[in-house]
Design a protein around this ligand. Structure first.
Ligand code: FAD
Ligand code: LAC
Ligand code: ZN
Length: 477
């Protein structure tokens, strides 16, 4: 046992876990990546976080912040070359205040996203960030990754939903930036620097979040069609017709839908016609139920008539809408049940989605004829999740080197079309070594300068996002 740990134990109010069995659940992530830590610290206050960071700076220990451990980029469990304390924010989980006049709420980092949504709803407001992991991910993790989800089209990513932050710096100082200002041009936006920095620049301990009026009505539909290009045109048409009231515009390939239906043991698809692509569309507005449904009905009827889409079903009840959502939200579980999956999270201009998909399909099926590729994602944001599933009869068939080749094929094509190799999950450790291939040297140099300015000893998540200077080059995760 590290002797400095005894000292740490006395430093903060909260828990320190050192037994292997107690630490174990924190050290494996959703993708089954394993990590290691000399201890798991669970502070209950911001001051407790600061005490841990000061101890880490003194003892040269690395710190790996963790929220709900639902991240999909390999950044939430420490896979570090130095002794590391995993800093779980889960017990720092109070809603500090709700301000109905300013339409803001202050939540501590460890609040579950679902609890933040519930606190907003209690004040008759909406906190719109929404993703399938919302019952287990934390608002601190959402901000650290600049999470997206299924309502970005209307409300923006986590970054756009945050007005202010409280952050503990690498040397253990507390920055109280919890202002609720909609406008603030008083220098560099430190808030925006910490958001999306994946725990490499500071530990987020609380945030001021923006609330919105609750929509008075929602209308939900599933649509079948054969061309992604037509889906992009449909989005533009529905946006015009509804005055920008489309909240969700999600895409699923036929294989993705079949996979999730089989996983849920559902024999019937909600959309009767066999199509190459399916969409989950939601309109939400302030006009009332009839108006939302009418917008969707009229828009889809026009699209059916012009042959833009092949089939459409509008949910006639809340439970039917929930059953459409369940298909989309079970997509990750359905994949996890197939074995080792090579996942992607790419973003492209919406106009490039169609040619990109054709190119990637051709390239992957030439190299891996028996791998099964599924595509789904947030079409309205130009964000595709593309996963290569293992061949059905041989779930261990895809080897790590196959994964690397698949990544290379997908990401090179993304780059060619002016896209990004991560849209919403982040770089983590999984994409770290690919980043230099796609970012310009000047961007990487500036990122490294920012890292060394804020965390000169590389205490915070060393090896996440950027490799430290002394990083062992022969180590591959
Ligand atoms: P963790 O996984 O614990 O951590 C993620 C990263 O943030 C790590 O690098 C960690 O060090 C850092 N971090 C965590 N907390 C803090 C903090 N307080 N301060 C500083 N750094 C911190 N993501 C989307 O964007 N859109 C989706 O639609 C989506 N759907 C998902 C569906 C499923 C079923 C699953 C399992 C994941 C999904 N994700 C999605 C990914 C994941 O849920 C998000 O990235 C989420 O924001 C991570 O939050 P977390 O609290 O679990 O963070
Ligand atoms: C989703 C996750 C993978 O969209 O981001 O389901
Ligand atoms: Zn997603």
């Amino acid at each position: 046992v590290n002797p400095a740990l005894a000292d740490l134990n006395g430093l903060f109010a909260g828990r320190l876990l050192v037994d292997e069995a107690d630490k174990a659940p924190f050290l494996v992530d959703w993708l089954k990546l394993k990590g290691d830590a000399i201890a798991v610290a669970m502070p209950e206050t911001t001051e407790g976080v600061a005490a841990i960071l000061r101890w880490a700076a003194r003892t040269g220990t690395a710190i790996a912040p963790q929220g709900g451990n639902t991240g999909l980029a390999g950044g939430s469990v420490p896979q570090l070359a130095r002794p590391t304390v995993l800093l779980s924010l889960k017990r720092l989980n109070r809603i500090r205040s709700v301000d109905a006049v300013n339409s803001t709420l202050v939540a501590e980092a460890g609040c579950l996203l679902a609890d933040v949504q519930a606190a907003a709803a209690e004040a008759a407001r909406l906190f719109p960030l929404s993703l399938a992991a919302e019952g287990s991910c934390t608002i601190g993790g959402n901000l650290a990754c600049n999470a997206g989800g299924t309502a970005v089209l209307r409300y923006g990513t986590a970054r756009e939903l945050c007005l202010g932050l409280e952050v503990v710096t690498a040397d253990g100082e507390i920055w109280n930036g919890l202002n609720a200002l909609r406008k603030n041009n008083t220098g560099y936006s430190l808030r925006d620097l910490f958001i999306g920095s994946e725990g490499t620049l500071g530990v987020i301990t609380a945030a001021v979040l923006k609330l919105f009026p609750k929509p008075r009505a929602r209308a939900t539909a599933m649509v079948g069609l054969d061309r992604v290009e037509q889906a992009a045109l449909l989005l533009a048409a529905l946006q015009s017709r509804s005055g920008g009231a489309i909240t969700t515009f999600e895409l699923m390939s036929a294989r993705a839908l079949a996979l999730v239906l089989a996983h849920l043991r559902q024999t019937q698809s909600p959309v009767e016609s066999a199509c190459r692509w399916y969409l989950l569309i939601e309109v939400s507005d302030q006009q009332g139920e009839d108006a939302a449904a009418a917008t969707l009905e009229e828009g889809l009827a026009a699209a059916l008539e012009s042959g833009q889409i092949k089939d459409a079903v509008i949910a006639s009840s809340l439970s039917q809408a929930a059953s459409f959502w369940r298909l989309r939200e079970s997509m990750n579980e359905a994949q996890a049940a197939t074995g080792k999956v090579v996942k992607h999270d790419v973003s492209l201009p919406i106009s490039a989605l169609d040619p990109f998909i054709a190119g990637v399909d051709a390239a992957l099926s030439a190299q891996f004829p028996d791998a099964r590729t599924i595509i789904y994602g947030h079409l309205g944001d130009g964000n595709l999740h593309l996963s290569a599933l293992p061949p059905e009869r041989d779930p261990h068939r895809l080897q790590p080197r196959d994964g690397a080749l698949i990544n290379r094929i997908v990401h090179d094509l993304v780059h060619e079309y002016g896209g990004a190799i991560s849209a919403e999950h982040g770089i983590g450790t999984l994409r770290r070594d690919e980043l230099p291939r796609y970012k310009s040297e000047i961007e990487l140099k500036l990122m490294r300068r920012i890292k060394t300015a804020l965390d000169p000893d590389w205490t915070l998540n060393p090896g996440v996002l950027l490799a430290p200077p002394d990083w062992p080059t022969d180590r591959s995760f």
